[in-house]
Design a protein around this ligand. Structure first.
Ligand SMILES: C[S@@+](CC[C@H](N)C(=O)[O-])C[C@H]1O[C@@H](n2cnc3c(N)ncnc32)[C@H](O)[C@@H]1O
Length: 338
């Protein structure tokens, strides 16, 4: 018996932007925040969110069908997962990434064909400066972007805290630390470590606020600088998460060499990203992340673990290894000898 081909998978993939936009809009409207305060029936929730009566019920029930909300006897509440990750103000909140996806990426990804044809980035102020100059000219966008980075890196931060042999080292600095999710997670898990985050000067108050909220200001400090113009701070371990993929190949090599030069003998560099699998056919998220770099940056692209190990060797690292972290994320560790 021959199986009849079904278009279901293709159609569901093609229309999956509906699902994404429903979730992003629920975060934007504060649906999860409202239901965290108190479960509510349709009319109460509609009024709390300020929605028109026409489609509120369909919207809430779509969120139920997407397993983002539960409904019992007409009363809506968050699922345990939504309540943990999608309520603003909770330390476990990862919605900053979704807020940025909604406010910026959704629109820019509308120009993917243009980006593929021209090789030019499509995000805001696309004619001017690099991504960060454009973002950081507006304080609200700066704050939103840095919070989004905490959402992107929360899972990897826990895995790096668990899997890297921190007991062998005393100090570390996260290069391009954004709000500080990675250093805060590592410092919380390993009380013997001191260190901090290096980033552009505009990031300082936001990093310091985040670190103080996690009660880590006595062990983590901010290093202000430009990683192309200034030397990197010295520490036993340097981390670069979602940094190399922002830049072209020559810039990637420059950053790896600067990290090598800043490390002591025996020191380690941890590079983590949604690394593309070496055969470039499985990690769809890593490959799509690379397209996101096309949309967002002048010359950035994602890469495989083997690519990164090759560049690390060229920079001087004697030993390198790739280790899976969580989901699509993996780290490449380089050790400096001699
Ligand atoms: C894509 S974010 C990654 C943030 C964080 N490492 C993570 O994985 O969530 C890139 C970071 O690099 C910082 N950055 C960009 N250009 C920089 C420069 N020239 N010098 C220092 N930091 C820079 C940005 O401010 C931002 O925090």
């Amino acid at each position: 018996m021959t199986l009849k081909p079904s278009p279901e998978k293709l159609l569901s993939l093609g229309m999956s932007f509906w699902n994404a936009k429903a979730l992003l809009t629920a975060v934007e409207l504060g649906a999860f925040d409202a239901l965290c305060e108190a479960p509510a029936d349709c009319e109460t929730l509609r009024e709390r969110l300020g929605l028109h009566p026409r489609s509120a019920r369909d919207f809430f029930d779509a969120l139920v069908a997407l397993k983002l909300l539960e409904r019992e006897e007409g009363v809506y509440r968050n699922t345990a997962e939504s309540d943990f990750f999608l309520v603003r103000g909770k330390p476990s909140y990862v919605g900053g990434l979704l807020e940025m996806a909604n406010a910026r990426l959704y629109e820019s990804w509308g120009h993917l064909s243009e980006a593929l044809k021209t090789g030019k980035r499509q995000s805001e102020n696309k004619e001017e400066g690099d991504l960060f100059a454009a973002l950081y000219a507006d304080p609200a966008r700066l704050r939103g972007f840095l919070a989004a980075m905490s959402g992107v890196s929360a899972g990897a931060a826990n895995a790096i805290a668990d899997k890297f042999p921190w007991s062998r080292y005393k100090s570390f600095v996260d290069i391009g630390a954004a709000q500080g999710m990675v250093p805060a997670t590592i410092a919380r898990a390993h009380p013997h470590l001191t260190g901090g985050g290096f980033d552009l000067p505009q990031v300082k108050p936001i990093f310091e606020e985040f670190v103080a909220a996690h009660r880590l200001a006595d062990r983590l400090r901010f290093y202000a600088g430009d990683f192309f113009a200034d030397p990197l701070p010295a520490a036993d371990v340097l981390i670069m998460g979602h940094i190399l993929h922002d830049w072209d190949l020559a810039q990637k090599r420059t950053l790896l060499k600067k990290a090598y030069d800043a490390l002591p003998s025996g020191g380690a560099l941890i590079v983590y990203e949604a690394l593309i699998d070496d055969d470039r056919r499985d990690n769809a998220f890593g490959l799509l992340m690379s397209l996101n770099m096309l949309i967002e940056t002048a010359g950035g692209f994602d890469y495989t673990g083997a690519d990164c190990q090759g560049w690390m060797k060229e920079a001087g690292f004697a030993e390198t290894r790739v280790e899976h972290l969580v989901g699509p994320d993996a780290m490449v560790v380089g050790i400096k000898r001699g």
